[in-house]
Design a protein around this ligand. Structure first.
Ligand SMILES: [Zn+2]
Length: 396
């Protein structure tokens, strides 16, 4: 006997952004319907179209003229940590430059925290994210930096988020400062063995002061051999080899992309590697923003994510990142929304999220606004009215 499918008609949608058939950011403007409706069957989108043509369904929800957008896909976040670095932020705002070394402060606090503390902090952050319209979260380890602490971080992340990334190569921990190669051996050896069962991806902070190109290649090649997909923190603090390495390895994404030369842009444009831009970092470190227009013009796939972390960017708000992308990186509001949804899905190599085409997971945000344009037009205003995840209204 077949299970009964429950259908729900969502109507009264002033504007519905589906991104169905918007296969690239250059088509971001195309998939928007007005006076629309959609039908959910179980946890999937079953129909979208003009409200006047909506077929019947078991139940009906009237949104009274609100906009509906795909749930945000935050494809880059560091959420397993203890403590905060508010004092470091205050010092930075009054003249101390950002450096990767501050990560070690969080490593000490995270190692000292018990599981319940880390679990509760993650819950607080993922709840904030859901409330702001984020329906898929990627979470990295990287504040443990021992075999045991990295595996613990990934296990805890796995309980609450659906995309988990092993970032043992976040920074060289203090106890290995005298012998970085020994730490690289650990990251691609015993630590990888313990972490791989809990992770979907491996990531390396490839930057001056963190890991070199050769170290990153060794670690990511070992991770891929263990069945993990790969991604890279690349070209954040200055020009470097990270983007080229990401493309060479066929990485799912190269994240930051702040300092790119023409060859880097060309390499991204000719690849399946997504350029993930994290403008909250530039905002919070008072640094120059990546050149989004150059990437889009070249034909690269661009994603937007928060990079939420206690050091360089402690926001988990995708609407805020959209406002920054529009105001500071000159993306159109439609491009920014596409990058924050469909772009993020591509950065995670997922095709069932980030859009509201038929068959997609029914993950969407209802805005207290008649149009998605308000996300950038009304920065800092909590516009998310309600969030649906897996076809049901989320409690948050
Ligand atoms: Zn990051």
């Amino acid at each position: 006997m077949e299970a009964t499918v429950t259908t729900t008609l969502i109507t009264g949608i002033a504007e519905l952004v589906t991104h169905a058939d918007a296969d690239s950011i250059n088509e971001a403007e195309t998939a928007t319907l007005t006076n629309a409706a959609l039908i959910i069957a179980d946890d999937r989108i079953a129909w979208t179209g003009p409200a006047t043509q909506a077929p019947p369904a078991d139940t009906r929800v009237d949104l009274n003229g609100r906009a509906v957008i795909p749930g945000f896909v935050d494809s880059h976040a560091h959420l397993i940590f203890a403590g905060d670095r508010a004092q470091e932020f205050a010092a930075r705002m009054t003249g101390t430059p950002y450096s990767a070394g501050g990560i070690r402060t969080t490593v000490a606090a995270t190692r000292a925290a018990d599981d319940e503390t880390l679990r509760a902090n993650l819950k607080r952050l993922t709840t904030e994210m859901l409330r702001q319209g984020t329906t898929t979260v990627e979470c990295k380890s990287g504040y443990g930096l021992t075999v045991e602490d990295e595996a613990r971080a990934l296990k805890l992340a796995r309980e609450q988020v659906e995309a988990v990334t092993y970032l043992g190569a976040h920074v060289i921990p203090a106890e290995y400062q005298h012998d970085p190669d020994a730490y690289v051996d650990l990251v691609k050896g015993d630590m990888l063995d313990s972490c791989a069962p809990y992770a979907d991806y491996a990531d390396v902070f490839c930057e001056r002061g963190a890991f070199t190109e050769d170290q990153a290649r060794e670690i990511l090649t070992a991770a891929r051999a263990k069945g993990l997909d790969v991604r890279l923190h690349a070209n954040q603090l200055g020009p470097g080899p990270g983007v080229q390495l990401a493309v060479e390895l066929g990485a799912a994404s190269a994240d930051h992309c702040t300092f790119l030369n023409d060859e880097d842009v060309e390499a991204l444009a000719g690849s399946q590697t997504v350029a993930t831009l994290l403008p909250g970092v530039e905002f919070s470190t008072r640094s120059p923003y990546p050149d989004a227009r150059r990437l889009i013009a070249a034909g690269a796939t661009v994603a937007l994510a928060t990079d939420c972390n206690p050091g360089s960017c402690y926001t988990d708000s995708m609407p805020f990142c959209i406002a920054l992308a529009v105001r500071e990186m000159r993306m159109s509001p439609a491009e920014a929304l596409w990058a924050a949804t469909a772009g993020g899905a591509r950065a995670l190599r997922r095709d069932d999220i980030g859009h509201l085409g038929v068959g997609a997971r029914a993950d969407f945000a209802v805005l207290d606004a008649p149009s998605f344009l308000h996300l950038a037009y009304r920065p800092g205003v909590p516009l998310v009215h309600r969030v649906w995840k897996n076809g049901t209204p989320a409690a948050c």
